[in-house]
Design a protein around this ligand. Structure first.
Ligand code: ADP
Ligand code: MG
Length: 751
């Protein structure tokens, strides 16, 4: 449109230019021609104005209006969307963390972004509009100025007389060139404006594009909103269903509760009625109680005086009762002591009747080591009606041996112990006890005395029994158990619990001239549990095996002694007792000397024979009540003299093998046993010490002749402590406080 206008203008100008020379050529232009030109000019001007007014509502403006309208519509839609979003947000405010909420938040952010973008674009559009308006305004003003000038030109032309036409024509020419210049400027301006319009159009196109994008996004958002709405609708439906179900449940529960409450109410009413009835019946009782209460109140007022009287009376009665109890107690104590003495006497009498030396025999079972040769027949048989005899088939005939008891091969360790446990208990009462295992090597001596860890022998069972007795008597007695382990090999006494087992021990007479014997350096260890015993035994075993390839080898050639000392103080009477239990696993009794042994073996055999012979001699001398008892003939009898003499109790367990190949040794052992069995020891006296010298007569039970032969021997850990004494004439009781183990037992060494 503008270019058309420009063309018209140019054409008009040309026409004007062509009319001027024509006029000049004519010299005086006719009025009609002039008017014609003016009219044409005015037409053109009108046309120009019209075109200008048309230009005022260009496509751009129309487009702009459309855009503004469209923008308004979009804004409205956006508001609608925001409204919907608001509603959705309200309805979704329940679920804050669900997927929809997150998506919603994202969409909201997108919407905000779009809004911002739209705002920016709207602002840009407004700026463009303003710019366009300014440009058009400027253009209009220029057009007006041009028209005015043209009008002024026409006016001046009209006013000019003909002669001056030339001048005017010149002037017009001049004016025309200026006009032309202005026109050029206007054209340039116009061109610039066209360019601006093209730029604006491009911008408009971009804006449209962006607007379309916004529409698309908006459409997508709407789709999503619809989806959310559908989801929301579905969720609402589910919620409604769930709500309905809950409502139903609630109604049902209310109904149940109501029913229950009605039942309870009914019960409560019934109870209430019962309580009412009770209240009615209680009222008379309440009255009685009130009167009782008043009565009691009066009593309580008088109670402190009554109480004081009663307390005084009770105190008097208690003092009286205590005095009586003390008297009774003293009486009882006296009776108890008398009973104790009586019990001991009865016990001693029983043991005396059974014989102070008891000889038992144990026949070991056949074992794998016995082999299967012709001399491995069993030559021992028993009498099922008499457990004190056994028969040995020897040199074509059967010999009978009678002992106190015979244990057949199937006898258990427990059976053996059952038989000896009375002796062990008497050691707590202050008697010295000696248990020997006698027999040839391999006949079961060590098995009987030591046994195996699973099935222990007399040694361990004895200590266990003593522990039990100590615990049982703890209310009346303070008892201490100590153990020593020694070995006699080649007439040498060795301390098996010492750090150096090769150290030799000596039995010495006390230098104070009291005739007491003591063994300097012999260690005593206090034991209180089975663990302690096991540790002590292990230490003894380890020390015994020194210098020998195995313990059995050593065992057959030496005597092993376990010496258990039990000292006690009666907590009631103050009586002190000391008992000693000697458990001796003797060396093999086989006659090695006869088989032509030489060197060290011969010496060993001679020493063994000598000591066993000495043991037999001592027992025979005791039996025949000789003045002189040859205790000093061997280390063994010298060490054990107090356990063999007088009031002591001795048990000999003769072990035999049932094999024909051992028959000679079996017969020898049994003969020895029978000889020992017939020995009668002196009357028994308990080793009791009393604080009360007035009771001394009760303990002086031995005949002077029997006691004259005895030697007392105790063992002490400390060097030089005299712990035993030889009595001559009547036995003297030792005053209270002289405990034999003056220095106390040694502690258990670590193994
Ligand atoms: P000793 O000490 O007299 O030389 P042992 O006690 O070492 O003899 O016994 C020799 C073998 O006989 C050992 O293997 C021992 O286990 C076994 N023995 C001995 N007496 C019995 C018994 N009463 N029951 C089972 N085995 C026994
Ligand atoms: Mg042995």
């Amino acid at each position: 449109m503008i270019s058309c206008l420009q063309e018209d203008k140019v054409r008009l100008q040309e026409e004007l230019n062509t009319t001027e020379p024509q006029r000049q050529a004519l010299g005086s232009p006719s009025q009609s021609q002039l008017e014609g030109v003016e009219a044409k000019l005015s037409d053109q001007t009108q046309e120009l104005n019209r075109l200008c007014s048309e230009l005022g509502t260009t496509d751009l403006e129309k487009h702009l209006e459309i855009l503004v309208l469209e923008n308004d519509r979009l804004k409205q839609e956006l508001n609608g969307c925001q409204l919907q979003l608001q509603q959705l947000r309200i309805s979704l405010s329940g679920c804050t963390n669900c997927e929809h909420s997150k998506e919603n938040a994202q969409l909201r952010e997108q919407t905000t972004d779009l809004q911002l973008e739209l705002g920016e674009k709207t602002q840009l559009l407004a700026e463009l509009e303003q710019h366009l308006k300014d440009v058009l305004q400027e253009k209009t003003e220029r057009e007006e100025r041009l028209n005015k000038r043209i009008r002024d030109c026409h006016l001046a032309l009209a006013k000019q007389p003909t002669p001056s036409v030339k001048y005017i024509t010149k002037k017009v020419e001049v004016e025309s060139s200026r006009t032309k210049q202005d026109l050029d400027e206007a054209q340039a301006r116009n061109h610039y404006l066209q360019e601006q319009i093209a730029i604006q159009r491009r911008l408009l196109t971009e804006q449209e594009q962006q607007l379309q994008d916004s529409w698309r996004t908006s459409a997508q958002l709407q789709v999503q909103i619809m989806m959310y709405e559908a989801e929301l609708e579905r969720t609402r439906g589910e919620m409604l269903e769930a709500f309905q179900a809950m409502e139903d449940e609630k109604n049902q529960a209310i109904e149940e509760v109501f029913l229950q409450a009605r039942t309870e109410m009914k019960n409560v009413h019934e109870n209430l009625n019962g309580v009412r009835m009770n209240l009615l019946s209680i009222q008379p009782a309440l009255k009685t109680l009130t009167s009782d209460y008043n009565c009691l109140k009066n009593h309580v007022r008088d109670f402190p005086c009554l109480l004081q009287d009663a307390v005084n009376q009770t105190k008097r009665e208690i003092y009286q009762a205590v005095e009586e109890a003390q008297k009774t107690n003293q009486d009882l104590l006296r009776k108890y002591k008398r009973e104790m003495q009586l019990r001991k006497k009865c016990h001693n009498e029983l043991v005396r009747l059974r014989g102070n030396i008891r000889v038992l025999c144990r026949v070991r079972p056949v074992n794998q080591d016995d082999g299967t040769g012709s001399d491995t027949r069993n030559i021992i048989s028993f009498d099922n009606d008499d457990d004190a005899v056994l028969y040995v088939w020897h040199r074509g005939k059967t010999s009978m041996f009678e002992l106190d008891k015979v244990f057949q091969p199937q006898a258990l360790q427990a059976d053996i112990f059952q038989e000896v446990q009375a002796l062990i208990t008497s050691c707590i009462d202050g008697y010295n006890v000696c248990i020997f295992a006698y027999g040839q090597t391999g006949s079961g001596k060590t098995y009987t005395m030591e046994g195996s860890p699973e099935d222990p022998g007399i040694n361990q069972r004895a200590l266990r029994l003593l522990f039990g007795e100590v615990a049982e008597r703890s209310a009346d007695w303070d008892l201490t158990i100590t153990v020593s382990m020694a070995e006699i090999y080649n007439e040498t006494l060795r301390n098996l619990l010492a750090k150096d087992p090769n150290e030799k021990l000596e039995i010495k007479l006390s230098p104070d001239g009291s005739g007491q014997l003591y063994v300097p350096g012999l260690i005593q260890i206090r034991v209180q549990s089975v663990d302690d015993i096991n540790k002590v035994f292990e230490l003894g075993r380890v020390n015994r095996a020194t210098d020998f390839t195995n313990v059995n080898e050593r065992s057959s050639r030496s005597h092993a002694l376990l010496i258990v000392s039990v000292t006690g103080i009666n907590l009631t009477s103050g009586v002190r007792t000391t008992g000693k239990l000697n458990l001796v696993d003797l060396a093999g009794s086989e006659r090695v000397g006869k088989s032509g042994a030489e060197g060290p073996r011969l010496r060993e055999a001679q020493n063994i024979n000598k000591s066993l012979l000495a043991l037999g001699d001592v027992i025979c001398a005791l039996r025949s009540k000789q003045q002189y008892i040859p205790f000093r003939n061997s280390k063994l009898t010298y060490l054990l003299q107090d356990s063999l003499s007088g009031d002591s109790k001795t048990l000999m367990m003769v072990q035999v093998s049932p094999m024909e190949k051992n028959v000679n040794e079996t017969v020898c052992s049994l003969k020895f046993a029978q000889r020992v069995r017939s020995v009668e020891l002196g009357a028994m006296v308990r080793r009791a010490e009393s604080q009360h010298y007035s009771n001394r007569q009760d303990y002086e039970l031995e005949s002077p002749s029997a006691v004259a032969q005895q030697g007392r021997f105790n063992i002490s850990h400390s060097a030089g402590s005299a712990v035993g004494k030889t009595t001559a004439g009547k036995r003297r009781l030792v005053a209270s406080g002289e405990v034999n183990h003056r220095h106390g037992p040694a502690s258990l060494p670590a193994l």
